[in-house]
Design a binder for this molecule. Sequence first.
Ligand code: KG4
Ligand code: ZN
Length: 341
Amino acid sequence: MQKRCELILAIETSCDETSAAVVANGQEIVSNIVSSQVDLHRKFGGVVPEIASRKHLELINPVISEALDGAQVLLNDVSAVAVTLGPGLVGALLIGVSTAKALAYAKNLPLVGINHLEGHIFANFLEHKNLKPPFVCLIVSGGHTSLVFVKDLGDYEVLGETLDDAAGEAFDKIAGFLGLGYPGGPIIDNLAKEGNAQAVSFPRAMIHTKNFDFSLSGLKTAVLNYVAHLKNENKQFNMADLCASFQAAIIDVLVSKSVRAAKEKGVDKLVLAGGVAANSGLRDQFKDICQKEKLRLYYPSAALCTDNAAMIGCAGYYRFKIGERLSLDSYPDPNLKLNGK
Ligand code: KG4
Ligand code: ZN
């Protein structure tokens, strides 16, 4: 391919997906390879950090080669390398960051470090070319649940976060407890479609608090207690109804606080990001309320909601163009914050 545009080679290894992508001009996905380790972690019911790091090490070079081959480019055609710097599992991040540093050094390429959560936000720009800040973004993933006021590109105010479990973590833990499999989000999403969301009334913790924080661990306990109580009494329960009721309790809180945040910040755009943003019930409820409240709703396609390197390439292009560079003696930061705060 001729150097008609600026290509970013992006690398993402923050959790259990080894991913590399080539993104053109921060907008067009030329290739996006995601190698999921989910089958490896399934039997443990969650990601085992040490296994994830070892697998990243095995996969990182083949995945990068596949991304370059898929884009029909060589490393020499690339303008910069972007890599997830954090937050995430430190051992997993180290593999991506060390590889990116080695490539940048060997080819004398600029290197850019990206916040994983910023990547999730930027996934939206890959598919919604007209989307521009300011907007409120709900980031819901396996590791994070945050409401962010995106004032401008790269200018974030974190309005609230989960005080305990992340939304995806709640899905995964409840699915594990119910013996449904891993990862739990997509399984519960599918079962919930067949169930009655009003069947069991689970708590909507902190739904009426003035702040924008969340608490989801009490809901998990409520589901555990509900099932234990029925089992004690030798009573059956309907799995689809249980999943629908659990999911509805999470969604109600996420939707209510997001809409209030948009109103409080005076914006008319609500943006969803992260793996849980793939949830069909969540999307439907956001669609309904956004229509009523005259808010414009944006979310990425399911493949760009979950972890992928294309979103890092999109954010990487922006950071590259404003002149940010990651020095070769940098380390990943497992607790990296948006805006550094
Ligand atoms: O963004 P992501 O790939 O990784 C992190 O940054 O954490 O999110 C993974 C999470 C998992 O907890 C998974 O169960 C959840 O996203 N997830 C879903 C759905 N698809 C993935 N949760 C609910 N409904 C879904 N359809
Ligand atoms: Zn993620």
